[in-house]
Design a protein around this ligand. Structure first.
Ligand SMILES: [Fe+2]
Length: 280
């Protein structure tokens, strides 16, 4: 597959993959969808990108239920990726299980909450918005301080941020109540450091783009299933799984969502979420 990076002759590219929601049992469907089959298709599509991306950044909800079996199945599917991977967690992931059963992906998570990658004059930050016991996102004061220090380090390059939860409301009450709880303090850091060029989140299982103070905030669709933009309730749409490609040249980037395959089969069921608060 020809990549955006090749089309633009970009210096390098990144892939954002999020929310695969793998079930704990073979053949098990999540909200009526075979998420394992869909993630396998997404991995295959990413492996065909030419040139290959520098990193695939995965922003959580690897598992649908937080079980060891689901984590193991997700790790097995992602092991097929032929490019370097970086990971952070979503609300469905259990940090201890992740570290214990996901092998090299567990090692990648490490113990740091805020991970920084310096690449070709850019600083990439992976933030861990998973807070034990909360469905909404939360960075907390320690990680916010790490984030501030990483962004302010000299030389101060342009930066892109990745985390599971979205920050700005999407106009969908059932998912907006999960947004980043410490959003105000997060935006204060962006205002103070001045070098953040974009934020990429998941969780909402749909594509969106909002802007704050000239900084684009993107939501990337799920590598498993999408939700309709229905403000009344989360309903699974027939849209295919997808990932996001980010092509970077100089101090600029362009990005597009890459659906994988045709619209999928109609979900066989759309059972209510076991959570009292349904959504991503
Ligand atoms: Fe989520």
């Amino acid at each position: 597959m020809v990549g955006l990076a090749q089309g633009l002759r970009a210096r390098f590219s990144l892939v954002h993959l999020t929310d695969p929601h793998i079930a704990g049992e073979d053949q098990a469907r999540v909200r009526g969808v075979d998420t394992a089959a869909r993630l396998a298709g997404v991995v295959e599509s990413i492996n065909r990108l030419s040139p290959a991306p520098a990193f695939v950044i995965i922003t959580g909800d690897f598992s649908a239920d937080g079980s060891p079996a689901a984590h193991r199945r997700a790790a097995a599917l992602l092991r097929a990726l032929q490019v370097p991977v970086r990971v952070t967690l979503g609300n469905h992931d259990d940090p201890e299980t992740f570290r214990q059963v996901m092998g090299e992906l567990g090692d990648l998570l490490g113990t740091e909450t805020c991970q920084a990658i310096d690449i070709q004059g850019w600083r990439i930050l992976l933030l861990n918005s998973k807070c034990p016991g909360l469905k909404e996102g939360f960075l907390g004061p320690v990680q916010r301080q790490q984030m501030r220090e990483e962004l302010a380090k000299n030389p101060r390059p342009p930066a892109l941020l990745f985390m599971h939860h979205h920050v700005l409301p999407l106009g969908l009450p059932w998912v907006d109540r999960d947004n980043l709880r410490d959003w105000y303090e997060f935006l204060e850091i962006l205002r103070d450091v001045g070098n953040v060029r974009g934020l990429f989140s998941g969780h909402a299982h749909q594509a969106s783009r909002h802007e704050w103070s000239g900084i684009p905030f993107f939501v990337t669709p799920s590598a498993g299933y999408q939700f309709f933009k229905d403000p009344t309730q989360p309903r699974v749409s027939p849209e295919p799984p997808a990932y996001r490609l980010i092509a970077i040249q100089g101090g600029m980037f362009v990005t597009e969502v890459r659906p994988v395959g045709p619209p999928a089969e109609k979900p066989t069921t759309d059972p209510p979420s076991p959570s009292p608060r349904p959504g991503g």
